[in-house]
Design a protein around this ligand. Sequence first.
Ligand code: FPP
Ligand code: MG
Length: 404
Amino acid sequence: MLLPRRLPLLAGLLRSASSVASSLPPNPKNVSGREGFLWSSWYFHSTRHQTSREGEQMAKELLDPLALIKDEVSEISNRLRSMVVAEVPELTLAAGYFFRAGAEGKRTCPTVLLLMASSISMDMADPIVGSKNEIRERYMRLAEITELIHVTSLIHDDVLDDANTRRGMDSLNCVMGKKLAVLAGDFLLSKAFSTAAVSLDNAEGHNIKVILLLATAVNNLVTGEFMQMRITPIQRCSMDYYLQKSYYKTAALISNSCKAVAVLAGQTAEVATLAYQYGKHLGIAYQLIDDILDFTGTSASLGKGSLSDIHQGIVTAPILFAMEEYPQLRVIVEQGFDDPSNVDAALAYLARSKGIERTRLLAAEHAKLAADAIDALPESKDGSVLISRQALKDLTEKLIKRTK
Ligand code: FPP
Ligand code: MG
């Protein structure tokens, strides 16, 4: 198991976890949700007698997997800040805009990737892919690269959407203008791929596979954005088209990066596919909830959201489900939403329909598929592996319950 470097004592604790793993409840692989929480508290109490006050604190941290990787995530943030330095000071300012302390967002990508890395770790360091510390460093580089691509996509998206805000602050295009924002994104992308070439290098050619996965993700991001921009009336009414576009725009980066973690770990094709499936379903579930929130906002009642999608003519799952119930809605959707009365009519149909409810159910199905992928990973008795897997599953639960 690959341990974060900050807690040497944790190693002992994890060994305890491994030793108690043999007396785990019937099948920890299948424990999730509330039961997962119960399993966590069971674990905490069963190891309690072995710990000092400091140990107890660490046990709490152990049960909070996000605390476990906290130092790694902040090291990633620091490295990103020092990485995005350009020859020209103004470009440095633009490229570093979303990497400043307080401007970094939730850092979900690095969190998921580090938890995925811990979830698929093999008990023994694989001599082919390097020592445990070396490979943990590579996972961190991969998390940085993914974050660079993610931020690039947001900067370019704000240019395309003419957005004024991002992450609760002025967008980069708003502060420094469109042209500089485009160039800052290009610069970040070049940093992502040069870091991949340099830091993921090894003799086995894993880096080439990883670079190809990352290039696929960028290709998919561009395709998704293009599919949204150049949509025909018939495509606008298609659930398949919407889901494909959602996958490209929201899920392709995290799914390909999760797969890249498995490739870097020298894992089997089967494990790589499961890692990919987790990222894919997590991303789609996230987008479906996002599309609901655009209608409901934090309050769960229709019309309280920003309604920005429909005002931009973007048709999402709630409307598509409403259209299945009320075929009359199709004519309106095909016409588009330049006419405000079409927006009102579509919202009225949506209010009468089960569109929001069915979208929520679809998000829950994807969250379940993401959790199933984690449950299908090869069995492990390593306490840290099990906790990281539980954290990835908890993340899917949290995601479908989020209200903002
Ligand atoms: C957010 O969309 C958009 C994305 C996550 C992807 C954008 C992709 C590109 C601009 C292609 C270029 C990418 C790279 C890496 C070169 P949104 O407008 O639906 O959501 P928002 O509310 O976050 O703006
Ligand atoms: Mg946008």
